[in-house]
Design a protein around this ligand. Structure first.
Ligand SMILES: NC(=O)c1ccc[n+]([C@@H]2O[C@H](COP(=O)([O-])OP(=O)(O)OC[C@H]3O[C@@H](n4cnc5c(N)ncnc54)[C@H](OP(=O)(O)O)[C@@H]3O)[C@@H](O)[C@H]2O)c1
Length: 239
């Protein structure tokens, strides 16, 4: 079986990716807090801002798979967290967002590499990063930092794994500005909280957001075509 494990497959970009892989014949496992109806892939319900939950979820998935001919982990679940400038943030919310956006992808990467160690098939990790990893936005300090860390997780994972005979390939993708609940939340912020809010409102007004389906198709083709080297960080807008 060809296996996809994806975090945040209940909504937005993750749901579109899960649907795309499922339609291509993959056995898909999604991990998120809520379950969505009307989809046929398997859904595990857990809060990934608790890293022990993440460990438990990936182990439970591996106990249900066999005869694997390819396996992919997509670290997609993520949150902007509290949008405001530093000095105005709740410490608990900072911690929760970093756990979801950064610690859990690290923990899942660690578990995935260990659990697939003896598999000789194609093994891949795709991290959903953001242009915010390299462009600072006032009001998004936590989010920007968490995505910059995702990029470095991608590079270090690739560096370590490329030294192995049957290592895991790890890439990161910036999906562009995509029409999801995350963008709805951004547009609702005030200029005091998020200085660039008007730019994001205008993108929506001008109908310039990518659809989740468009982005999911791009990610799927990048993943299966094998054209990217280990450690590549790519923006879908430049591809
Ligand atoms: N939309 C954009 O313009 C954009 C741009 C750049 C990068 N991205 C990145 O793309 C990824 C997906 O974003 P999106 O726009 O699709 O967001 P979204 O529509 O808000 O979906 C987020 C997904 O993550 C899951 N999730 C959130 N918190 C969770 C938690 N504590 N535990 C488990 N699952 C959780 C949600 O499921 P539940 O609510 O069911 O838990 C949902 O499936 C994120 O990493 C984001 O940073 C998005």
């Amino acid at each position: 079986m060809n296996v996809l494990i994806i975090t945040g497959g209940s909504n937005g970009i993750g749901k579109a990716i899960a649907q795309k892989y499922f339609s291509e014949g993959y056995t898909v496992f999604s991990i998120s807090r809520s379950k969505v109806s009307g989809v046929a892939y398997q859904q595990l319900q857990t809060d990934l801002s608790n890293t022990q939950n993440a460990v438990n979820a990936i182990h439970s998935i591996f106990s249900n798979i066999n005869s694997v001919s390819s396996i992919t982990l997509i670290n997609n679940a993520g949150s902007l967290g509290e949008i405001n400038t530093l000095g105005n943030l709740s410490p608990e919310k900072i911690q929760q967002t970093i756990k979801l956006n950064t610690t859990t992808p690290l923990v899942l990467t660690n578990a995935f590499i260990r659990l697939t160690k003896n598999l000789t098939c194609k093994k891949q990790i795709i991290n959903i990063s953001s242009g915010a990893a390299i462009k600072p936005y006032a009001g998004w300090s936590v989010y920007c930092s968490s995505k910059a860390a995702i990029d470095m997780i991608t590079k270090t994972t690739a560096l370590e794994q490329s030294e192995l005979i049957n290592g895991v390939k790890c890439i990161a993708i910036y999906p562009g500005v995509v029409d999801t609940n995350m963008q709805t939340a951004i547009r609702k912020t005030t200029e005091a909280e998020f200085k660039s809010v008007q730019r994001f409102r205008e993108l929506k007004e001008k109908n310039e957001l990518f659809s989740t389906k468009f982005v999911a198709n791009k990610i799927y083709h990048l993943a299966v075509s094998d054209i990217l080297h280990n450690g590549t960080i790519i923006d879908v807008r430049k591809f």
